[in-house]
Design a protein around this ligand. Structure first.
Ligand code: NAG
Ligand code: NAG
Ligand code: NAG
Ligand code: NAG
Ligand code: NAG
Ligand code: NAG
Ligand code: NAG
Ligand code: NAG
Length: 445
């Protein structure tokens, strides 16, 4: 049966009053929400600014791609008429996977962060490596939105609010330790029900999809986009390389409820290539052990440089040094472990950096190759005003590394990564190697 257009609009208005204003303007297009992301110079953390509460205030948050949820300090200066605690036993509490409840220990009057009979969950700061418990709550959140009208070139930008709450967690302010200056919490973009992508998808009626494009430059911003990316991008910027997102049935957070799965983004690395040569690796390390969640490869925004479990790192370093044989090795500069001395101009002339590639699980039981541009694995630290050093931007993750390979900030900067939580896959495209995406920052100015 065909529903008359007018009735459909009416139904939509009722069902989705939470963004009725935007809906009326352009009911053919989902809005695309975006968060500008800055790289903090001192901590190298990626900091996003979100709007929250009633009245709206800007809140800076460190981006944690594999975080369970949004969490922030509610003890200091949290003023909002739309703050609501999530009651124990409620549907959102159950769906959050919480197995905790605060009973009756909150003093009168109740305040954000302490309400009797409230669902509790476990926020984690992976930089401090510390977990605690905190009240689960919800409040209004607003983001910049881009709306393309029927005229493709007419892009309007405005702040769009959810009138339904977006869930977050309220631990004490001690959990902010080690976060960038001015930051009030972390924006968890994890896969699960409480992750920001799923929360925003519900609150703004978006597809459960998001894309990140992080800038390597502390002077210019990158971006996180929520919703259907193609409604904004030109059609020639279609992604063609995809790799499945793999399930890790055991949480990789610092503390978790029994049976809780990991909400981090795991992908399948099958091989590492240096100049096309396979680095010999114990294949067991590349797989996720379903009993204890150990092993595999994940993507993280909370480590500036990628890590490899010790035996993988040694083998990789060996092949890498062999391939770059002519360049003298320099004394390492913290945090790097392998640096090359480029001060000799003869060295520079003949310098060819080896090609590093990751062979990933592809779609349809086929492999796909991610060729890393040099900027995604070679760092040039500037020490004592001289910049004749080049260091490998992968670090030794240790013998007991929980996750065998971690791709960190350096590896994913200036890449467009699209995470599709419905199709359970990640699309990737290097901005360095692409003619149409000039850089993450100038693309989304
Ligand atoms: C929480 O419950 C306790 C015990 O019933 C009560 O003394 C206290 O006043 C309550 N706090 C709030 C904020 O209602
Ligand atoms: C874009 O759309 C807005 C409102 O929808 C209109 O006021 C404006 O003139 C349009 N701009 C162009 C360049 O078409
Ligand atoms: C939040 O981040 C923005 C962008 O980096 C910055 O301009 C602003 O000063 C920050 N606010 C606070 C309170 O740190
Ligand atoms: C996975 O971990 C369990 C528990 O630590 C261990 O007994 C088992 O041998 C591991 N499996 C593999 C394939 O390494
Ligand atoms: C690089 O090599 C030059 C000599 O060729 C030496 O003077 C300089 O100290 C070296 N730099 C480092 C950081 O090892
Ligand atoms: C994928 O390919 C490998 C060998 O290329 C084969 O052994 C395996 O059975 C295939 N898996 C599926 C699901 O088709
Ligand atoms: C598998 O990948 C190869 C090389 O990338 C390609 O030529 C082939 O068509 C792919 N096969 C399928 C079934 O996608
Ligand atoms: C940088 O300069 C300081 C003091 O001048 C010196 O102690 C240090 O060794 C230098 N570092 C390098 C890598 O040359």
């Amino acid at each position: 049966m065909k529903i008359p257009q007018l009735l459909l609009c009416f139904l939509l208005f009722i069902c989705s009053s939470n963004y009725a204003i935007a809906k009326k303007k352009s009911h053919k297009h989902h809005p695309l929400l975006f968060l500008p992301v800055f790289k903090d110079e001192i901590t190298q953390q990626y900091v996003a600014q979100i709007y929250q509460r009633t009245p709206l205030v800007p809140v800076n948050l460190t981006v944690d791609l594999g975080g369970r949820f949004l969490w922030m300090d509610c003890e200091n200066d949290y003023i909002s008429s739309s703050y609501k605690n999530v009651p124990c036993g409620s549907r959102p509490c159950k769906l959050s996977g919480s197995q905790g409840c605060y009973g009756s220990s909150c003093p009168v009057p109740p305040r954000p962060g302490c309400n009797n009979y409230t669902c509790s969950h476990i926020p984690y700061n992976p930089i401090k490596r510390s977990s605690t418990d905190g009240e689960l709550a919800q409040d209004v959140v607003a983001l910049w939105s881009i709306t393309t009208t029927t005229n493709r070139n007419n892009v309007s930008k405005m702040i769009l609010s959810s009138t339904s709450g977006v869930m977050f967690n309220c631990p004490g302010d001690f959990l902010l330790e080690k976060l960038a200056n001015g930051v009030k919490g972390m924006a968890g973009l994890g896969i699960g029900y409480t992750g920001l992508p799923s929360q925003l998808a519900r609150a703004f009626h978006l597809p459960r999809k998001f894309a990140i494009c992080l800038s390597g430059n502390t002077k210019s911003n990158g971006v996180i986009l929520f919703g259907e990316r193609r409604s904004y991008y030109a059609s020639n910027e279609v992604l063609t390389s995809y790799t499945p997102l793999l399930k890790n049935p055991v949480s990789t957070a610092g503390a978790y409820f029994p049976g809780e799965p990991s909400v981090e983004y795991f992908i399948g690395v099958e091989k590492i290539l240096v100049n096309g040569k396979i680095v010999p690796i114990d294949n067991k390390l590349l797989a996720i052990n379903k009993t204890n969640g150990v092993g595999g490869t994940k993507i993280s925004t909370v480590v500036p440089y990628g890590t490899m479990e010790s035996s993988i790192y040694k083998a990789f370093k060996y092949e890498f040094v062999k391939a770059i044989a002519k360049v003298p090795i320099a004394k390492p500069v913290t945090p790097f472990e392998l640096c090359f001395n480029l001060s000799n101009s003869d060295t520079l002339k003949g310098l060819v950096i080896p090609q590093v590639s990751l062979v990933l699980l592809g779609e349809h039981n086929n492999s796909t190759t991610w060729d890393l541009p040099m900027n995604n694995f070679m760092a040039s630290p500037t020490i004592n005003d001289s910049s004749d050093l080049l260091c490998l931007g992968f670090l030794d993750g240790g013998e007991n590394a929980e996750t065998s390979i971690v791709l960190g900030g350096m590896q994913i900067e200036e890449n467009l990564l699209e995470f599709d939580l419905v199709k359970k896959r990640m699309g990737f495209k290097s901005v360095y190697m692409s003619s149409d995406l000039v850089s993450c920052s100038n693309k989304f100015r």
